[in-house]
Design a protein around this ligand. Structure first.
Ligand SMILES: [Zn+2]
Length: 177
């Protein structure tokens, strides 16, 4: 039984939608994975495993599969100085694997994107991306509040203090896929 299953067993009524934060690469006015460039759909993204786990087993405990989301918004500086990285928030559900800094989820949907500081082309592209997804685009400082309208961040008490699995190493190396 993992941490989240334990939480559900102890307090089933407290299970609410979970939200998290991550980055994407802008591909035109669509979003793509920072990790492998795979396009993000406009609706729900369901994770797939390239190491052979069946959809019903994703994310697997000792794998790197799943949709990655951090517990905290990515620093504004992580995307502000780039032409094509954009931060945002997701709601996640289905099977979940909790790690120290974030979680891997079976399903995710974008709920908001972060506006760059600049007023130039990137800002227009992010606004377009938000319109295509049907989600708001907000300043960095408002992203967490926006996310919390959709659910909660996994409580610190339920986050592993250390993650010893292979996935943790991938997490530390690559950040969210
Ligand atoms: Zn896997």
């Amino acid at each position: 039984m993992n941490t989240l299953e334990r939480a559900a067993a102890v307090a089933p009524d407290l299970i609410v939608p979970l939200v998290g934060f991550r980055q994407w690469r802008l591909a035109g006015s669509s979003l793509a994975s920072v990790y492998d460039g795979a396009p993000w759909p406009e609706g729900c993204l369901s994770a797939r495993c390239d190491r052979g786990h069946a959809p019903a087993g994703v994310p697997a405990k000792d794998c790197s599969c799943g949709v990655y989301a951090y517990y905290d918004p990515c620093p504004r500086t992580a995307s502000a100085g780039t032409a094509d990285l954009v931060g945002g928030a997701v709601v996640v559900w289905g099977r979940l694997e909790a790690h120290m800094y974030g979680l891997r989820a079976e399903h995710a949907r974008v709920i908001g994107l972060e506006l760059p500081l600049s007023r130039g082309r990137k800002r227009r592209v992010v606004i377009e991306a938000g319109e295509l997804l049907g989600v708001p685009t907000v300043p960095h400082r408002s992203l967490k509040a926006l996310a919390l309208e959709h659910g909660e961040v996994l409580a610190p008490a339920l986050r592993p203090k250390k993650t010893l699995t292979r996935a943790a190493n991938v997490w530390a190396r690559n950040g969210p896929a």
